[in-house]
Ligand binder design. Structure first.
Ligand code: NDP
Length: 246
């Protein structure tokens, strides 16, 4: 496990957007960022799940979060500009962007991979995250010290049979991060990195590995040290890296 002990006030006064904040690793990141002082913008598809996370943050005494429902599969450029304008009016800037939401698609050989599913996976996992990053850049530039985190996977570093569009989308995620990181290298205030969470006890993991005992993998809350490290000031010189949470 990545070792880092975050001070309680690590993210005080920070505004951090988390995609897929209603479940799994994104939910744990939203709770953890709020517990360390951040105002978290909860972005996701299922509003009831976002509401629950909102209530959990409030019950724990964290800063009042915001909810922005967004389906990454169907969102248009116009929707993302609307979201950016809302955030601009409300906060004026953002300090953190965690691209976490993803879908697995199907596990099947390339030869028979359903093209419609291919497009859906690429839309959720890479195309919309690209557009969201692009529209949010002006708000990130206004931060004193902004961190953009993309979520990768081991199959985004080495291709594996039958992982199809998911694997390819994670290679593209690593590529997007590297290109962006190189572009912001000389801007003192923005950095971009990837996290590979490693096997983690979530719905996606259970779906990908139905034969596995869930207890063999850590819970999302246990892999948060790297998520905190890369979002906080202790990593301000880290840019263009792909790091393992476990
Ligand atoms: P989960 O399936 O548990 O959670 C995925 C999250 O993404 C949910 O909040 C889901 O929202 C959201 N989401 C899915 N589709 C959309 C969409 N169209 N629009 C908006 N939000 C959407 O996955 P994990 O927590 O396991 O995965 C988190 C990240 O970690 C992913 O990027 C995944 O690829 C990566 N990862 C996970 C590993 C693991 O072992 N768990 C290993 C390696 C990488 P909703 O519930 O509303 O559908």
């Amino acid at each position: 496990m990545f070792e880092y002990h975050a001070p309680d006030n690590l993210l005080e006064n920070k505004i951090i957007l988390v995609t897929g904040a209603g479940d799994g690793i994104g939910r744990a990141a939203a709770l953890s960022y709020a517990a360390h002082g951040a105002t978290v913008i909860l972005v996701g598809k299922t509003i009831e799940k976002l509401d629950k996370v909102y209530d959990e943050i409030e019950a724990a005494g964290g800063p009042k979060p915001a909810i922005l429902p967004l389906n990454l599969e169907t969102a248009t450029e116009h929707d993302l500009i609307d979201i950016t304008n809302t955030l601009d009016k409300e906060f004026g800037h953002i300090d953190g962007l965690l691209h976490n939401a993803s879908v697995l698609g199907i596990r099947t050989p390339i030869e028979s991979y359903d093209p419609v599913t291919w497009q859906q996976v690429m839309q959720v996992n890479i195309n919309t995250p690209f557009l969201l990053t692009q529209t949010l850049m002006p708000l990130l530039h206004r931060s004193e010290n902004a961190s953009i985190i993309f979520t990768s996977s081991s199959v985004g570093r080495k291709g594996r049979a039958y992982w199809g569009a998911y694997s390819v989308s994670k290679f593209a995620t690593e590529g997007l991060m590297q290109v962006l990181a190189d572009e912001v290298e000389n801007t003192a205030n923005i950095r971009a990195n990837c996290i590979n969470p490693g096997a983690t006890r979530t719905k996606m993991r259970a779906y990908a590995y139905p034969g596995e005992q869930p207890e063999t993998n850590p819970e999302p809350g246990e892999i948060m040290p790297l998520y905190l490290y890369l979002m906080g000031k202790d990593s301000q010189d880290i840019n263009g890296q792909s790091l393992d949470a476990q």
